[in-house]
Each structure stands twice: as C-alpha cells, then as structure tokens.
Design a protein around this ligand. Structure first.
Ligand SMILES: *Cc1c(COP(=O)(O)O)cnc(C)c1O
Length: 467
C-alpha cells in the first residue's frame, strides 16, 4: 500500500507564517522506517533463554496490533484506523510555523521552522500514540490499561485516550514528579485515571525497590516495572508505553508526514531536522518521514537529536543489550544505554530522564544516519526563554533542548552566512512547568553533567548481561 502525495503544493507567499493542511490532506498512513532501513534493528531477546522474541511473545503485555507493528520490518505504510483518524482531526494538522521572531532575535540568515505539537489538547505530541494504543486495546477486548509516566505528559494523554475509548487507566508516576508536578497528577485524575507514585508498595517490584532503597525517588525504570507487573497480574489488562518502542515512533510519524507537506507549501526542504530526545518518539516522528528520502533518494539532510547532558545515552552511552526497566521485567533490547540502573539527576525536563534509546534510533545512530548533541540544563532554559519572548509560546523544558540545538546551528549560519533551512519539533508547551521557569528566573537551576565514573558504574550491570 502506498502513501499518496496528492498535490504539488503551490508555494504560498514569502511572508506566510503558519501552514495548516486541509482535513483531507491529513495522512492516512503512518510511515514504518524499519521496512526501508538498510541494517535492520537487532531483535529483542528473552533475558533467560537469550532467544530472539517474536511478536506473539509480547502479546500478554501489549495490545496485539502494537506487537505486530513493533516487529514489522516489511510494510512501509501502515494504515491509521478510521476511529483514530477521526480523533486526530480534533487537533491535526498541527501548524508548521516559520519562526521569523526567533530568526530576528538571533540575527541569523537561517530559515527556522517549527512543527507545533503543543496545540494538542494535552499540550504535547504524546496523544498521537495514546489514541491508537487505547483504540487497539479496546478493539481486542481489553478493559484496563496501565502505564508509567515521568513528568506526566504521557500519563495525561493516555488517561484521556482511555476515557475516550471506555477503558480504565492505572498510571504509575515517577515519585519525584508526582510530588513536584501535582497539576499533571490532577489532570490524569480529572480524566478518571488512578495515579500511584512509583516506587510504591502496591507491586512486588515496587516493594523490592523500596526495600533496597527506602528513599528511592523513582525513575521511568521503576514505574515501568510496576506497570508491567500490574498488567501481567490483572486479567484483561494491557500495558502501554509512551516512548522508546518502535510502534510508538511509528504512530508519531504523523508529525513528519504532515511537516513534509507543509514544508512543500512553504516551498522549502529542511537541511536539518531537530528533535529533543527522551526515548525517541517525537524525534522519530519528525525525522523518519524525511529520512525516508535520505535512504531511498540520497537526500542530504542532517538529523540531530538533542538530549540533556545529565542523561546522555546517545552521546556517551554504550550500544549493547539492556533492560528497558529497573527490575529487568522487559525483554533485552539492543540500544544505546546508560545502564538500566542509571539514576538521572532531577532536571526539569522529566520526559528526557530515561536511560536508553529506542532500538531503531540506536541502529540509525550506529550507522551514522543521524547525530546527537547533549545540552546542559541552563542552556535549555536560556533557549526556551528566548523562544518564548520571540514566538509567544512557552516551550516544555524537554522541547527547549531542540530549541537550544536549533539556536546552536542558527548561530553557525551567522558565521558562514548560509541560509540553511532548519526544522525542529516543538514537542509540547511548558504551561504546567512554570515552577521550573520560576527556579530558572530566581537563579536556582544548575547543570548536572554526568561523570565518566558514574557512567562506568551504571553500565556495569548492563555489561554483565552481554557476557
Ligand atoms: C515525553 C516528552 C518528550 C520525550 O519523549 P520522546 O519519546 O523522546 O519524544 C519530549 N517532549 C515532550 C513535551 C514530552 O512530553
């Protein structure tokens, strides 16, 4: 099945600021980059038997259609169910915006565009995957879904999607965010989800973690362990994940597929595509549809993932098999990792505090199809503040990593005088993160660069798994 690019768009005026697609132009298929990759990602393996997993092995945990999508290395295009497309229409297409204000503030000859995913009802790109995951779960007769959430964006999106499709949602929220970001918890509860801070005493995994360390502040790794355990112990309950996995990145390609058409409306094509990086879903979403042209037609585009220097799996992690969670309940995944026991500093970009990268991204980085940069916290808040003043949108601290990387590149263009076209993904707004901005304004934020010693320590357990 083939995605039909219906139009040769006529270029709009040079001063057009915002590009929106008519409803009938919203893509009807997601793009599955696995089908086009020259080197396919290595398979996930069973931790005990060390055998490669098949889609069926994941059926007890995830909705079955998600498992098939996870392992699909043959179909380039996967149809978006009509019920999901109907819900997409409430907020898609999201605008592609020419950031004239930011260009002017920087004095750069670069043309900067951003895809504004912050206009979704939940304020971030997460809903793009929450909707299909809840839909597939419902289709398959599931009544309950469970998940983890860090800063709360994924939990909020999933709680809403569960409500839409008539499912009960149980969310494990990383304890430190549960305490620091009470509004995200209230959002989830408003949609009717049950929210538990992780690690908790409600699961075996949580109890074990708390026995080892009663003051554990929680991490995505601990929350994933608890949510998976709940899904495995509860009948008619499936687990969902908001990042890292292939099918999540697949759902997010709606971002880049729209952006491709919108860039055509602007009469431009990006020299660089930039996204912030937690587990890889929004970066995959914006980058893969463009990377398709690099793989198939040799288009010269740079793809840059921006991660925090306090959680630098792409720039300083190691490519090896590791667990996706703290307790070792997930399959072993071949990925760039900091070790599943890595404890990232409490930076405000909670959505980027994950120890590993998705397996597709990991393979692409290994094959030098993309690049990564790591950015200190203070630079991201500087960038976010500059962007807010220039464009009127307060970015999520996660998204500010993409903005900071964009600003670095736009400044290089000042030196060289090149009019490079830069496209970045604004993954979300920061209106529920104002406590973080308060601390920045008060001068109370700091950088947390990881030391080599810490990295070597946290990688020891992962190294042992690869012996
Ligand atoms: C969750 C989140 C991220 C990080 O997750 P990815 O899967 O790497 O995209 C980035 N930005 C926002 C706004 C988020 O909510």
């Amino acid at each position: 099945m083939c995605q039909i690019f219906t139009k040769n768009y006529t270029k709009m005026s040079n001063k057009t600021k915002r590009f929106i697609l008519p409803e009938e132009e919203i893509p009807r298929y997601w793009y599955n980059i696995q089908a086009d990759m020259v080197n396919k990602p290595l398979p996930p393996i069973h931790p005990a038997t060390k055998q490669p997993l098949k889609a069926e092995d994941l059926f007890p945990i995830f909705p079955e259609e998600c498992c098939r999508q996870e392992m699909n290395q043959t179909d380039q295009w996967i149809e978006i169910p009509e019920e999901v497309r109907d819900m997409y229409k409430y907020y898609r297409s999201t605008p592609l915006v020419r950031a004239y204000g930011l260009e002017k503030a920087l004095g750069t000859p670069a043309h900067i565009y951003f895809k504004n995913e912050s206009v979704s009802p939940m304020g971030s790109h997460k809903l793009n995957s929450a909707l299909p995951q809840a839909y597939y779960a419902k289709q398959e007769g599931t009544t309950n879904i469970t998940t983890e959430t860090g800063a709360g964006q994924w939990g909020a999106a999933l709680s809403y999607a569960a409500r839409l499709f008539g499912l009960e949602a149980a969310v494990y929220q990383v304890k430190i965010s549960y305490e620091q970001k009470p509004y995200r918890r209230s959002i989830m509860q408003t949609f009717g989800a049950q929210v538990t801070p992780s690690p908790s005493m409600s699961t075996r995994a949580g109890k074990d973690i708390l026995t080892r360390d009663p003051f554990h502040q929680g991490s995505l790794g601990t929350a994933i362990s608890e949510a998976i355990e709940l899904a495995m112990m509860t009948p008619n309950c499936k687990y969902t994940l908001g990042s890292v996995l292939n099918h999540v990145g697949l759902h997010q390609t709606i971002i880049g597929l729209e952006a491709e058409k919108q860039m055509a409306m602007a009469g431009e094509y990006p020299d660089m595509v930039i996204g912030c990086f937690g587990g890889g879903s929004n970066f995959s979403g914006i980058a893969f549809p463009f990377m398709r042209h690099t793989i198939l037609e040799g288009k010269q585009t740079r793809y840059i993932a921006a991660e925090p220097d306090s959680c630098p799996k792409l720039t300083r992690g190691k490519f090896e098999y590791d667990f996706g969670d703290e307790s070792g309940l997930t399959p072993l995944l071949p990925m760039y990792t900091l070790g599943h026991n890595f404890r990232p500093a409490n930076i405000h970009a909670g959505g980027l505090r994950y120890h590993g990268a998705g397996v597709i991204i990991s393979q692409l980085l290994k094959d030098k199809m993309m690049e990564a940069v790591d950015i200190p916290q203070l630079e991201t808040f500087q960038a976010g503040t500059l962007f807010a003043r220039a464009e009127g949108i307060i970015p999520a601290p996660e998204s500010s990593h993409a903005i900071a990387a964009t600003i670095r590149e736009a400044k290089k263009c000042i030196e060289t005088g090149e009019e490079k076209v830069i496209l970045f993904n604004l993954s979300g707004h920061g209106l529920i993160d104002m406590a973080a901005y308060d601390q920045y304004i008060a001068g109370n934020l700091q950088n947390y660069r990881v030391t080599d010693d810490d990295l070597n320590k946290s990688l020891a357990d992962a190294d042992a798994l690869n012996k």
